[in-house]
Design a protein around this ligand. Sequence first.
Ligand SMILES: Cc1cc2nc3c(=O)[nH]c(=O)nc-3n(C[C@H](O)[C@H](O)[C@H](O)COP(=O)(O)O)c2cc1C
Length: 169
Amino acid sequence: MNKFKDILPKELAMDPFDGFRNWAMITAEVDGVHNSMIIGWGGLGVLWRKDVATVYVRENRYTYEFIEKADKFTISFYDEKYKEQLKVYGTKSGKDIDKDFVTNFHPIKINDAVTYEEAHTTIVCKKIYQAKLEPQFYLNDVADQFYGINNDLTRHHMYIGEIERIVKK
Ligand SMILES: Cc1cc2nc3c(=O)[nH]c(=O)nc-3n(C[C@H](O)[C@H](O)[C@H](O)COP(=O)(O)O)c2cc1C
């Protein structure tokens, strides 16, 4: 934990487009148990005069059960050398395996939320808004490929978190 230092959101010298495209991790904890998965969709910005981060979690992810109940979540970013471990977080479910054990990643707590020692940057967020992405609000057919033309596949939920803290190695 000592190797992390706090930075301000405006000091985050990282392109968020690259950050999410090169895979980020989301972690949420409930009653002392956490689950993590890879996210490729997300954003950083400003809402209601607050610095915020937005993530999208599909209902069939095990992580959904955690982020629904948790007050906070973390978004963490990793160096390329961890790609193999990150694949485990992005292809296996915490329902089936202990991903931290398999990858030998080391969870640590910051601000009552969980991230990993291996992360080069972690954003701690407090949930301030959440919404299911409902089919009647899609403005084009881009969503068909994700939810089926009959809209019969599970949906994503959007979570907007106020950025409470950013730590960086
Ligand atoms: C590159 C990549 C990006 C992903 N982005 C997302 C995402 O933004 N939202 C989402 O719900 N799932 C996303 N996933 C899928 C989850 O990471 C994956 O289904 C994971 O195994 C879920 O784990 P869980 O069941 O333990 O929650 C992504 C997977 C990969 C490999």
